[in-house]
Structure formats: structure tokens, C-alpha cells
Write a new protein. Structure first.
Length: 140
């Protein structure tokens, strides 16, 4: 049951995160007089979502075959790969967030009994720290 809760929670976090990212990006682009949906934005979305969709499918396959304990580390690894892949089209700092997510996923794979803590640190704490760092660096 915890796996299904984590899948639901991570999907909710993903939806809220991307909704806020779109909102703030559109707001900043409007203030700057720039288009929101250009070729670079399309490439960013494609490079982000291909690893995310592959990771989601992989996690569903793990659950189907009964390897539930590998879902949380896999979520972190694929999320990190997606961020790393998309980092070519956005702020370079997202590359480091991706590397940290991958490292947390690998650590969670090694310490499976504590994977929930790594998962929480990756999807919660690391995103909060990244968001604050980006706010103070680029918005203030």
C-alpha cells in the first residue's frame, strides 16, 4: 500500500510542480515580452518527459512483477535522468538537481529499508532547496 501512496503522491507533486513551473514561466515571459512556447520550450518538454514516461512505465512493470521495493529508487533515478536530459534547455543548475536525484536513487537502491527517506529527501527536500536557490539567484 505504501508503494501506491508514493506513486499517487509523486504524481501529485509532479503535476503541481509542472503547473507552477508553467505559471511562473508564462508570467515571466509575459513581463519580458517573450514567447512562452517556442522551439526551445518544445525541446525541453520532450527531453524531460521521455525519461519520465519511460520511468513511469518501468515502475509499473516492477509493480506488476512484484518488485515493489525497487519502485522508490527507480522513481528517483528516472526523475534525475529526466532533469539531466532536460538541463540542456534550461538553467544549468537543474543538472545538479538531476545528479543529486540520481545519487539519492542509487543510495536508496542500496539501503532499501530506508528508501522512503531517500525518496522524501529527493522529491521533497531537494526540490524545495532547488526552488529557493533559483528564486534567490534569478528572481530577486
Amino acid at each position: 500500500e505504501i508503494i501506491y501512496f508514493c506513486i499517487f503522491l509523486s504524481a501529485a507533486v509532479l503535476i503541481v510542480t509542472f503547473t507552477l513551473a508553467i505559471f511562473f514561466t508564462a508570467r515571466k515571459a509575459k513581463k519580458s515580452g517573450l514567447p512562452v512556447w517556442d522551439g526551445s520550450a518544445k525541446r525541453l518538454v520532450m527531453n524531460l518527459f521521455i525519461p519520465l514516461i519511460a520511468g513511469g512505465a518501468f515502475c509499473m512493470i516492477l509493480i506488476y512483477h512484484g518488485y515493489d521495493w525497487l519502485v522508490m529508487p527507480s522513481m528517483l533515478i528516472f526523475y534525475g535522468l529526466a532533469l539531466l536530459n532536460a538541463s540542456k534547455y534550461t538553467h544549468h543548475e537543474i543538472r545538479w538537481l538531476g545528479i543529486c536525484e540520481i545519487a539519492l536513487g542509487l543510495a536508496a537502491s542500496f539501503f532499501l529499508s530506508e528508501a522512503i527517506y531517500f525518496w522524501g529527501a529527493g522529491f521533497g527536500l531537494m526540490n524545495i532547496i532547488y526552488g529557493l536557490a533559483m528564486y534567490f539567484k534569478h528572481e530577486r
